[in-house]
Design a protein around this ligand. Structure first.
Ligand SMILES: [Fe+2]
Length: 231
């Protein structure tokens, strides 16, 4: 890539979260869990209640539109060395946010043994004690995240979407009806994929959850008049 293009790419990059609103995945409020007959369906309210980009940002989500057409990745690579990133945009994100580990997976019945069990487990509500970072290289799926009122927001991620979920947010994942998603997981430091499940663990008192609530679910949050958190 020419230096001028690379410079342009770099200018598009924000230190914390991409500024532009274009290209974000579609999101909507889900029906209550008791009405979910098939987790892989859209499960929209009727009428549909969309969730806009500002609301997704308010939940702490970050998003970057990536070029998943020009650059190719293996079907599976555990790990995948992020220093090998040929995509300058991915390399810039890696360096900007300190992503030192990556791997690449394909969640599809042909490529993931015990596919159904995995998909069922992915749908268990949980938190992490770090950020969750996913770059969708192909296919599609749903990330569900809780809003501050404990309602589910469903985000439909597709090829080219790179999304981060903040530490401590209640969330879950499922394939959609295509049963196919090719994704890169990124991590800072040594990866830990073990979820901290809600309801079977005291997640409400977990420091990561408390931090999330402080930052995103309380009015005093980050933006008090001193410019620093009160939590
Ligand atoms: Fe997760």
């Amino acid at each position: 890539m020419a230096l001028s293009n690379l410079k342009k790419e770099m200018q598009l990059m924000e230190t914390s979260c991409q500024v532009v609103d274009e290209g974000w995945p579609e999101a909507w409020y889900m029906v209550p869990d008791a009405e979910v007959a098939n987790q892989k369906c859209e499960n929209r309210l009727s009428p549909n209640k969309p969730v806009d980009v500002a609301a997704m940002r308010a939940l702490g989500l970050c998003y970057w539109k990536m070029d998943a057409d020009t650059y190719s990745y293996p079907v599976k690579s555990i790990p995948w060395d992020p220093s090998e990133a040929a995509d300058p945009r991915l390399a810039a994100l890696r360096d900007d946010r300190g992503y030192s580990y990556a791997d690449v997976l394909t969640i599809h019945p042909d490529f993931l043994p015990n596919f159904d069990t995995h998909v069922k487990n992915f749908f268990t509500e949980h938190i992490h004690d770090g950020e969750e970072i996913r770059y969708i290289l192909g296919g599609s799926g749903f990330f569900d995240v809780r809003d501050p009122h404990d309602n589910w927001v469903r985000v439909h991620v597709k090829k080219g979407d790179l999304m981060t979920l903040p530490e401590g947010i209640y969330h879950r994942f499922t394939c959609d009806e295509t049963d196919s998603i090719h994704a890169m997981r990124l991590f800072i430091g040594t990866p830990c994929w073990t979820p901290i499940n809600r309801f079977t663990t005291d997640t409400e008192n977990h420091p990561s959850r408390k931090q999330y609530v402080c930052l995103y679910c309380t009015p005093q949050g980050l933006n008090d008049d001193q410019g620093e958190t009160k939590c």
